[in-house]
Design a protein around this ligand. Structure first.
Ligand SMILES: Nc1ncnc2c1ncn2[C@@H]1O[C@H](COP(=O)(O)OP(=O)(O)OP(=O)(O)O)[C@@H](O)[C@H]1O
Ligand SMILES: [Mg+2]
Length: 491
């Protein structure tokens, strides 16, 4: 699956006819450069510049599951970048329109491969170009597959089906209007099953941060789909019904390319300060200053914080500083929030985190103290291929390795789902599909103990549990106290 993006300057060709070709090139260059930058920093490959149009592909040569989302994000950023450039060059305002479409393509990797060229062809490409031509000025229009893959993250307006050249039937189209600030939490229609001890471990660790006024890290590890995010969502539900005052912020790591090192942390600070994607750099700076003033009493300190947090959220007046200083500022800000209200910080999918973000989280857990702050990271196994020491070796860090649900729990889940005729993701499904899903899950249960990534201690524990009692675990929660099997945190 590949996502194709077409961006075109509107009405430029006519204007260019009256201009000196040198001037045309000079006026256009900063725009096209900026478009290329926005595409590449989200991992897109610019396939070609055709005059004043750009075609880019996401998913070639390396496919990511979030290619459609990245393409639409890039498209929206292109429009705001153009707006910003226009505001600085009122003599020469330009307008763009963008079309995005997802589907199967034919990739010709041999075509000028030595120059890094990728040639993709297919109906998807043509439709993306046609959607772009049909798009109103200054908008992003996407086709159906892109829409379905991204509607949790992007706000859309449905358009009239477009009659496109070369298409017999009108094509459904949506206009992307904005990125949602926070991904919509999936509505969990299936009841939460099993995992009582895993959930208890998280709530107990939270209780410990309150009791000790300490920073604790729990890494929830396990394969894709095993239930990491769901467990974290259940923690949130549990804490919210307990009535305690808790601040809850969540950031996701994304499998993007350059320039988004601290994305997850940026999301956390933005949501805390109420910063929207659509805010201008001045608005961002104002909101950030207000969020800092809220928790930092000393007026003289405030501007120091604002300048260093600004880097994370793209505020005006952000200051580059050395990494230690940035880390200190960010940590102290998070501590200042936690000092007022107990704080749960979720960082999802740290297997995609840049080494620098992992280093910051490490710094936070190592140096953070005196405030109730629980950091919960979720990670797929590939994290351990990269960072063998992650989440272990500290008195206040532990790891919770999720094993697949037991056969009995799986059967229970499948029973409920078949009776609700819904898959947990919210997709309607019949019993046949539920049965397929059930057998897939059962396969996971069987193959779990053989996985090479499962830390040794967890594997031994699983074997023991599969046998009879588990002498190594006091609470039987399946908690792995770090790959090296050292003692319980704080012990
Ligand atoms: N214990 C459970 N009871 C009921 N449904 C569950 C349970 N665990 C997971 N699910 C459902 O299974 C689906 C996949 O779970 P989830 O999204 O939490 O996986 P994940 O481990 O976070 O995967 P990824 O690594 O892809 O983010 C979700 O729809 C979730 O609601
Ligand atoms: Mg998840």
């Amino acid at each position: 699956m590949v996502t194709v993006l077409f961006a075109d300057l509107v009405g430029f060709t006519q204007r260019a006819e009256k201009m000196d070709p040198e001037d045309v090139r000079a006026s256009l260059a900063p725009y096209l450069e900026r478009v290329r930058m926005e595409l590449e920093r989200l991992g897109g490959t610019v396939e070609k510049f055709i005059g004043d149009a750009v075609m880019a592909v996401f998913g070639v040569p390396v496919a990511h599951e979030d290619d459609p989302e990245r393409a639409v994000t890039a498209a929206l950023r292109i429009l705001s970048a153009i707006e910003e450039l226009n505001s600085r060059r009122s003599d020469f305002p330009l307008a763009f329109r963008v079309g995005v479409n997802t589907g199967e393509v034919i990739v010709d990797l041999s075509a000028r491969a030595e120059e890094g060229d990728i040639i993709v062809t297919g109906d998807v490409v043509n439709t993306a170009a046609r959607l772009q031509q049909a798009a109103p000025v200054d908008t992003v229009v996407v086709g159906e597959t892109t829409y379905r893959a991204t509607r949790g993250r992007v706000e859309y307006e449905e358009l009239e089906p477009a009659t496109l050249k070369g298409k017999a039937e009108p094509v459904s189209a949506w206009r992307a209007t904005a990125l949602r600030l926070r991904p919509v939490e999936p509505t969990h229609r299936a009841p939460f099953i099993g995992r009582e001890q895993d959930l208890a471990l998280l709530t107990q660790t939270f209780a410990r941060t309150l009791r000790e006024k300490s920073v604790q890290l729990v890494t929830v590890a396990g394969e894709a789909g095993v239930g990491k995010s769901r467990l974290v969502a259940e923690l949130r539900r549990t804490l919210s019904v307990s009535g305690d005052d808790v601040i809850w912020r969540r950031g996701r790591c994304v499998s993007y390319g350059e320039g988004v090192t601290f994305w997850a942390l940026g999301e956390i600070v933005k949501s805390h300060a109420g910063i929207l994607e659509s805010d201008s750099p001045e608005e961002v700076a104002k909101k950030l200053a207000a969020a800092v003033a809220d928790v930092v009493d000393d007026r003289d300190d405030r501007s120091w914080f604002v300048a260093r947090l600004g880097v994370l959220v793209g505020a005006e007046g952000a200051q580059a500083a050395d990494r230690e200083e940035l880390f200190t500022a960010w940590r102290r800000f998070l501590e200042a929030i936690a000092a007022r209200t107990p704080f749960v910080l979720i960082v999802e999918d740290v297997h995609w985190a840049d080494a620098a973000l992992l280093a910051f989280l490490d710094h936070l857990v190592e140096w953070g103290s005196g405030v109730p702050l629980l950091v919960v990271c979720t990670a797929r196994p590939e994290l351990y291929g990269r960072d063998l020491d992650w989440g272990s070796g500290k008195r206040n860090a532990s790891m919770l390795t999720l094993s697949p649900l037991t056969e009995a729990e799986t059967a229970e889940l499948v029973d409920t789902l078949s009776s609700q005729a819904a898959l947990p993701g919210g997709y309607a499904c019949g019993p046949a599909r539920a049965r397929r899903w059930q057998s897939a899950l059962r396969g996971r249960v069987r193959s779990y103990a053989a996985r090479p990534w499962v830390p040794r201690v967890a594997r031994a524990r699983h074997r023991r549990r599969a046998g009879s009692r588990d002498p190594g675990s006091r609470d039987g929660s399946g908690v792995d106290r770090g790959a090296s099997g050292h003692a319980e945190p704080g012990a």
